[in-house]
Design a protein around this ligand. Structure first.
Ligand code: GAL
Length: 693
């Protein structure tokens, strides 16, 4: 009963595309602009300063519903007309938002039934944002109305280059458990299953006697005395992502009808929003856009940034995408809102651009004096233009035109990592073998290893064709559909190399265990069975040692020890060869890392949790099978991204995240400062080179 996501094109059609913003056709620079927080007298100064900074695009209207429609069906567009004209006269293009993320207070008062309700049945309060039920018919009607008003009024405005539907769908109101949502969930289930017998079979309702005799008996997974049926939980997550998607589609269709030719986007929160299945969503937007905020306290957080940028490009099918929001410095919502260091803003923005973004947009243009986000950084800080942030903003704006040759070129990646929101949902439901199973953590660890080895990564949906990649890494694909398993089998049989981490291939799309022993969907490919899961206690570790006899691991010192934690398994090879074994712990003496020759390719399996460092020797061994050689002579902390144009042009972006100058082997001319580099390219401490090579 799995709903196969409608996958986006793989990006082969890139050549000749006009890019994400046909009406702008330049790298976009700017951000969210909330002029309603300021007297009109400030707007002219805003536009002047935008021009100074090289800003060419701002997103307006995002939170302006209450000002555009102060009472039901009473509209005040005069101020917005003046704003759009002013921006246009100043040469600033507009990304026009539908303001539907925050319904006005009158809506909430008039439609108490449209309030968001949490799993404990608590109706959530107003005075915030997104406190509405995503399945509410009243919300659907009111949001369609304001969208229509805006589209009719501004479709032909010359400043308009992009529609920005809503803001971060599901960001604050991902899941609603109110009576309206309950009815909508039942309707969604009826569509999915057709009849109750199928639902009962798929949900396994013979377990704990949960059988349903009437659709009206089915509830969303409210807080309950004990674990709620996992398939019911999984379906509720699918339904909820679709409920928001229905809201997006409604707005998009209105905008397409009334404003043809202007692309419609909505800003994703890619790896940071668990509840929205962006593979499904990406197929619905005209251009993918994403918001990214650094995890301030995390060391080397630029690696997480790179992962999110690559994943955004992945859901965009390899096509250019828009960085809709990031921060010039600190945010306001993390426990400690750490300011960016000098140069960090530039490195962050250019890393997104290197990885396929065709814009560097921020939240927000001018820092708010009041409200919940007044301590959030902005392009124009509270301190005005005599500030480091402003100077860096102006300098970055001056950099961007030099990077125009990157537009429309492709990021070159030889490694794919499989990412699946459904597997993320499923693996982290309750009553798994360990509460330490953490989808994102595994992704980040494998990604970090690949980043440190300087391989650029494409993210792919598990059912997407993988030809062309030398290596495919599969962290934590607990939920593996038969189609995904067949996809991997075909890829490896044809000569590919795959590396799979523990607790993958376990259940199907309905969270039912694949029959015949773990990992059912991948048993044949990996050449092994997992007889028993052996989750470890908090803090417990297991040591692994390379067998060094059966295969040349290429791991340098054959007997190097690696330490795992969280998880171990009883792995029984059935064709696979142990490469590392457990030295101690509950699986002592058994295989820990295995390699299986399958058709013309190789399938690796890692049965414990290894850190990014611990993964080093394991990945090195897999690289050898894949014919991959990590680039030589590149100092630690230097990020590399390669780009290729359909016309044969080649580019190398190098970002030095260290405080020492770095030399790397490269020849080319820097797009940013015109310097020519022969043989060795010096990347200044904290600096960036974008070479045409
Ligand atoms: C985003 C949101 C913006 C702003 C920003 C602050 O998630 O879209 O409106 O709140 O966070 O970092």
């Amino acid at each position: 009963m799995s709903q196969t996501p409608q996958l986006v094109a793989t990006g082969e059609d890139l050549a000749g595309r006009a890019g994400p913003l046909p009406r702008l056709a330049r790298l976009a620079y700017g951000g969210d602009y909330n002029p309603e927080q300021w007297p009109e007298s400030v707007w002219a100064e805003d536009v002047e300063l935008m021009r100074t900074a090289g800003v060419n695009l701002v997103s307006v209207g995002i939170f302006a519903w209450a000002l555009l429609e102060p009472a039901e069906r009473r509209y005040e567009f005069g101020w917005f007309d003046r704003l759009l004209d002013l921006l246009h006269d100043g040469g600033i293009a507009v990304d026009l938002a539908t303001p539907t993320a925050v319904p006005p207070a009158w809506f909430r008062r008039r439609h108490p039934e449209a309030t968001l309700v949490d799993r404990h049945g608590v109706r959530l309060g107003g005075g915030a944002r997104q406190s509405f039920c995503p399945s509410s018919p009243a919300y659907a009607e009111a949001s369609a109305r304001i969208t229509e008003q805006l589209a009719r009024r501004y479709a032909d405005h010359p400043a308009l280059v992009l529609w920005h539907s809503h803001n971060e769908y599901g960001g604050a109101n991902a899941l609603c458990y109110c009576p309206t949502s309950t009815d909508a969930f039942r309707d969604w289930l009826r569509d999915r299953y057709g009849d109750l017998a199928t639902l009962n079979a798929t949900w396994g309702t013979t377990f704990w006697g949960q059988r349903y005799g009437d659709w009206a008996e089915i509830e969303p997974p409210h807080a309950a005395p004990t674990s709620v049926n996992p398939t019911q939980q999984l379906d509720f997550l699918r339904f909820s992502s679709d409920a928001h998607l229905a809201n997006f589609r409604r707005e998009r269709d209105i905008l397409h009808r009334l404003s043809p030719g202007v692309p419609v986007t909505t800003n994703f929160m890619i790896a940071n929003c668990k509840t929205i299945d962006y593979w499904r969503w990406a197929a619905e937007v005209d251009v993918v856009s994403n918001d990214h905020y650094l995890r301030a306290e995390q060391p080397d957080n630029h690696i997480e940034l790179a992962m999110c940028a690559d994943l955004t490009r992945g859901v965009a099918g390899g096509r250019p995408w828009l960085l809709m929001e990031h921060a010039t410095s600190a945010v306001n919502w993390q426990p400690r809102n750490i300011a960016k260091r000098p140069g960090e803003l530039r490195r962050n923005s250019l890393a997104h651009l290197a990885r396929g973004a065709e814009s560097a947009l921020f939240f927000q243009w001018r820092a708010s004096r009041f409200g919940a986000e007044k301590f959030h950084s902005a392009m124009l800080p509270h301190g005005g233009t005599d500030t480091r942030v402003w100077r860096e903003v102006v300098a970055l704006g001056a950099d961007l035109p030099g990077l125009e040759p990157l537009r429309g070129t492709r990021v070159v990646a030889e490694v794919a990592v499989l990412w699946d929101w459904e597997s993320w949902w499923a693996v982290e439901l309750d009553w798994r073998p360990s509460t330490d199973l953490d989808y994102r953590e595994r992704m980040a660890a494998y990604y970090e290893r690949l980043w440190r080895d300087r391989f650029t990564v494409d993210f792919a949906h598990p059912e997407r064709a993988l030809d062309g990649y030398r290596l495919v890494v599969v962290p934590s694909l607990y939920l593996t559909t038969p189609a995904a398993a067949e996809n991997l089998r075909r890829y490896v049989a044809g000569g590919g190399t795959v590396l799979v981490s523990y607790f993958s291939g376990i259940v199907d799309a309905d969270d039912a265990v694949h029959p015949g022993g773990h990992p059912g969907a991948l048993r044949e490919l990996l050449g092994l069975t997992v007889e028993e899961f052996l989750p470890l206690r908090t803090g417990e570790t297991v040591r692994l040692d390379a067998d060094g006899t059966s295969v040349d691991t290429g791991a340098g010192v054959a007997r190097s020890e690696i330490v795992g934690d969280v998880w171990a398994e009883v792995v029984v090879p059935q064709g696979a060869v142990p490469v590392w074994s457990y030295l101690d712990g509950p699986a002592a003496g058994g295989p820990a890392v295995t390699r299986h020759v399958f058709g013309a390719g190789h399938a690796w399996y890692v049965s414990t949790r290894l850190s990014a460092a611990g993964l080093g020797p394991v990945l090195r061994a897999a690289y050898r099978d894949a014919g991959l050689v990590p680039p030589d002579g590149v100092p630690d902390g230097v990020e590399l991204v390669r780009r290729a144009g359909a016309d044969g042009s080649r580019f190398l972006v190098a970002i030095n995240h260290t405080d020492r100058d770095a030399g790397l082997p490269a020849t080319g001319t820097d797009l940013l400062d015109g310097t020519v580099h022969q043989g060795v390219c010096r990347v200044p401490a904290g600096g960036v080179r974008a070479l045409r090579i």
